[in-house]
Write a protein that binds this ligand. Structure first.
Ligand SMILES: C[S@@+](CC[C@H](N)C(=O)[O-])C[C@H]1O[C@@H](n2cnc3c(N)ncnc32)[C@H](O)[C@@H]1O
Length: 272
């Protein structure tokens, strides 16, 4: 199986960005994982585990009688995840190298989870259907991902709208889907899951919050190559050196309330 284009970078800056993003969406992630059915004592597979944040959150939820396997394609991310795990003293999380589209373990899992992975993968229905084989009968798959339709500024900020357009174009170029959260009900159903459920969560950020500009510009920086290659804009127009300051000022001068992508949970059960 060939490796699909991955829209984001894979370097120290990106690994740090993923950890900052993880802190920002830790609360909705816990709520959605709980709502989807993560319970103490479960054996859980975390696909596309990156620097490990979801695996660590799940480890806390399942407690000492459960265990987590984090699966990741990027050895640099695995190294950081293992170092963090050892630093936190977490004993029940293992990280393995592999492809989330094809990985099959010898033992079944009670739950398979992933966050911000399906938006990067073409053929999501096939990926979901594949993991029915990693689940015990009655086991659950929970995906947490974005719906970028939730990103806006009120009143509208022209530069903010432009960044959203760039990010959507970059994902499209890399065959990702930034609206994947909105499609969960159909995707889980087509993959053969039962008891499919979804929930989207949204924070509304005040104009003076530095979070919004920092977050959006970090995403643009991480996927600059895909954005430029898509042809939607040029490196000069992006102007990364001053972009965050410009965006921050534009939001403040419009006194705009901003939302980031809606954090959507989708889940379904393998039939008994
Ligand atoms: C946007 S990051 C999200 C990381 C983490 N799940 C989180 O929410 O913080 C996506 C991760 O999935 C990994 N990834 C992408 N495609 C993959 C594949 N086919 N198999 C395994 N990992 C993959 C990337 O290397 C990256 O670490």
């Amino acid at each position: 199986m060939t490796k699909p284009k991955y829209a984001l970078a894979s370097d120290d800056t990106e690994i740090a960005r993923l950890q900052a993003q993880a802190a920002l969406i830790a609360e909705p992630t816990t709520l959605l994982l709980q709502r989807g059915g993560i319970r103490p004592g479960m054996r859980v597979l975390d696909l596309g585990s990156g620097p490990g944040d979801v695996a660590f959150q799940v480890a806390e939820m399942i407690g000492p009688n459960g265990s987590v396997v984090g699966l990741e394609q990027d050895p640099a991310q695995i190294a950081v995840a293992m170092q963090r795990r050892d630093g936190f003293g977490v004993g029940n999380v293992d990280f393995r190298h592999g492809d989330a589209r094809t990985f099959l373990d010898e033992e079944p899992f009670d739950a398979v989870v992933c966050r911000l992975l399906l938006s990067h993968l073409p053929g999501v229905v096939d990926v979901l259907a594949h993991h029915l084989r990693n689940l015990r009968p009655g086991g659950i798959f929970i995906s947490v991902d974005y719906d970028v339709a939730g990103v806006r500024a009120l009143p509208e900020v022209e530069l903010y709208s432009r960044l959203i357009e760039w990010i959507i174009a970059g994902f499209e170029y890399a065959h990702g889907d930034v609206f994947v959260g909105m499609r969960f009900p159909v995707l889980f159903d087509q993959a053969g899951f039962r008891d499919v459920g979804t929930l989207g969560l949204q924070v509304y950020w005040p104009p003076r919050s530095p979070v919004v500009a920092a977050y959006m510009v970090a995403v643009v920086r991480a996927m600059k190559d895909a954005i430029v290659n898509s042809g939607v804009t040029t490196e000069e127009e992006i102007g990364l050196d001053t972009l965050e300051q410009q965006l921050d000022e534009a939001i403040m001068s419009a006194n705009a309330v901003c939302s980031l992508p809606t954090v959507v949970g989708g889940w379904g059960r393998r039939s008994e």
